[in-house]
Write a protein that binds this ligand. Structure first.
Ligand code: COA
Length: 216
């Protein structure tokens, strides 16, 4: 079916909310409660695992201010981008939240909490496509500030930044080493480090107006 469509020269995937990766059609859609198990599984495999994490993810999807998009290939989620309203770090960081609150005073904040594209689908623009759907949606829902906690791998790589930096006007950016040092206390396991996590986080706060910003 996908191949038939691909062989048709008049077929334009972008007109069908789709992109094409290695001849496979990727369809983009919103995440609903029906996706909860798959989303929780992807979260555990690629971001953080632990009992509290599964509960947090599933509760999040039910919350009225949840916003999430998925990339689907052959009926399976191959990429997702989710988040919710308010300040929502992986686990609470009250002092940091207090210190940063001056950047969003009086404005509605949205925090992405999961960004995953399956390994075999990476580097085909899927995350950019998910972001291009999320950013106008959060703005339509009244969010003017985006607060992101980007994962800094132990090797210093920050894989999500190349996409996220186009989502708005930069208001504040800082790196916090050992951001997840209390993971174990919260029952969270890092997929790279295990129970004792040495990863850092790059905090990026942006003003959003619904548009993706081009390269400066
Ligand atoms: C981060 C991730 C979602 C990117 O997905 P992707 O679909 O491969 O990304 P895209 O193909 O849309 O590329 C988006 C941009 O990121 C860049 N990029 C992708 N992977 C990257 C990596 N590992 N390191 C640095 N930059 C990367 C691309 O070059 C591209 O930049 P450009 O638009 O300037 O060309 C994916 O690598 C992933 O799931 N990683 C594991 C989970 C993770 O680290 N999540 C981030 C948590 S904050």
């Amino acid at each position: 079916m996908a191949e038939e469509r691909m062989d048709n020269l008049l077929y334009h995937p972008e007109l069908h909310n789709e992109t094409v990766v290695e001849k496979e059609i990727i369809t983009y859609d919103v995440i609903t409660e029906e996706d909860a198990d798959e989303v929780a599984r992807l979260y555990a495999e690629h971001l953080n695992s632990g009992d509290s994490v599964e509960e947090h993810v599933k509760e999040g999807i039910k919350s009225p201010d949840f916003i999430g998009f998925k990339a689907v290939c052959n009926g399976k989620i191959v990429g997702m981008l989710t988040g919710r309203g308010g300040v929502d770090f992986t686990y609470p960081h009250p002092e940091l939240e207090e210190r940063l609150s001056k950047y969003w005073e009086g404005k509605k904040v949205y925090t992405p909490d999961s960004v995953v594209v399956l390994k075999e689908y990476r580097h085909h623009n899927i995350f950019n496509e998910l972001g291009a759907r999320l950013v106008p949606t959060i703005y339509e829902r009244g969010y003017e500030i985006l607060l992101t906690e980007l994962w800094i791998y132990p090797n210093g790589n920050v894989p999500a930044e190349a996409t996220v930096r186009h989502w708005g006007e930069l208001v504040h950016k800082e790196d916090i080493p050992m951001f997840y040092k209390d993971n174990e206390k919260y029952g969270i396991i890092c997929p790279i480090c295990g129970k004792t996590c040495t990863c850092g986080a790059r905090i990026i706060i942006m003003d959003v107006d619904g548009d993706i910003k081009p390269e400066e």
